[in-house]
Design a binder for this molecule. Sequence first.
Ligand SMILES: [Mg+2]
Length: 254
Amino acid sequence: MIQHTLRDNPFPVDLSFPPGQNTVMVGFLIWDFDGTLGCREGLWSSALLTVLEARGGHPGFDAQRLRAELRAGFPWHTPEAPHAQLSSPELWWEALSPVFVRAFEAGGLDPTTSRTLASRVREVYTDPNYWRLFDDTLSALQMLSSRGWTHLVLSNHVPEVARIIDALGLGDHVERVFNSADSGHEKPHPLAFENLLEALDRPGKIWMIGDNPEADIRGAEAAGIPAILVRGRPDGAKRHCRDLFGVADIVGQA
Ligand SMILES: [Mg+2]
């Protein structure tokens, strides 16, 4: 029945369809957030450099060395290691502080200044003004909602990701955000997916959608959840689409 509905309503979608008036619950779409629904321009290095610029910069600062230091040390770089001990946002950011200090020092700052600037990264990184949704995100989610899908987010992220998602206007479209900073399990750890499945309070079809072939796609499939790689290259994935509108074709045919 859903297949017929999709075929009878080809793109472009009529966005006047009011969300929340579904009569049939088809199932759950689990979305990755960062790189899938939205993004932060410049990522972590940009946030640290913004903090440095706000202090007035530093002559000869080596941004390349700062960037190199940021390629390790985050919880999602070691998904095999659960981190239940980082049980509050403060503990989570405290654990990241040495990574930021090392990055500032690698760029050329002294230890004291590096520690001072590291303490300001949280505020800048989580400022919603630096984040944006991709152009197709809201339209695609609205369209899929109108076809009976419930949206969830499963993210490897900072503790504040739900607030960022809400500030970007997705709060009314996403029923619940599951975040590694809360659960202590980073995708593709099996428990990241299993805990989400256990939390679902009603039956339905289920799909994972994300831009990371390892964390999102292979992680979900290992947990028995069919997955769709979006954006970027197909990268050998069973299912891939370049934008989020393509998701409707795939889940509608299943
Ligand atoms: Mg991602």
